[in-house]
Write a protein that binds this ligand. Sequence first.
Ligand code: SF4
Ligand code: FES
Length: 267
Amino acid sequence: MRLTLRIWRQKNAREAGKLVTYALADVSPHMSFLEMLDVLNEQLVGRGEEPIAFDHDCREGICGTCSLVINGVPHGPERATTTCQLHMRKFHDGQTITVEPFRARAFPVVRDLVVDRSALDRIIQSGGFVSVNTGGAPDGNAIPVPKHAAEIAMDAAACIGCGACVAACPNASAMLFVGAKIGHLAHLPQGHPERTSRVLAMVRTMDAQGFGFCSNQFECEAACPKEISGLFIGELNREYTRALVRQKQEQPRVPAAGRAGMSGGTG
Ligand code: SF4
Ligand code: FES
């Protein structure tokens, strides 16, 4: 295959970027999209030019690192597929392909096609975990989980944190990502002790990181390589509303003197 590639080049977040056109010949349809970029980079290095920076790690569709917008679509034209699992047979000989970074205010460009997605990490750091001491590994089935709850939790846990939902959303909303994380833990007994504080903290952090609000476009669901359902956004809204109601009820009813004693380490 012969391809014309229009690729976003940008030295850093402070300098303006632009699309640069490259011609690439002898592309095998069996190559992955990232292998095709590897071949282009080998040619650029051979000519003494700067290779194109792009993110990747597992190349198996599980780490969520690869992050390209291909012909306007995060992760490209194949549904439920990460960029690293996309193959060149999905394109045709003579095609022009435009490759850009994920674009969102919360994802500043680092270089070329690499963006900083640590805003998603900060949302997880604010509450996307279970912090109770669970001790050693429990025996199998020691904590009963209803089958339908386990299946919903597993569907939500499929999120790989790639950020394509943010890049696809006209408002750069992270609500599908946050909804998946909230839904995952809300359906498991281990997630219940921190159910209220978790969603309050994660929504607060999501807003502070500059992500927008959901306006029911569902572009996120269409772009998601793990087919996370937009229903998790509804679940996020319900969990957040529940938490707003419950937060006052769940505050510890300890006298002021007692609180001072506990904070002094006698707890
Ligand atoms: S919800 Fe889907 S698109 Fe969004 S971060 Fe998770 S896997 Fe990626
Ligand atoms: S490189 Fe890991 S999901 Fe694509």
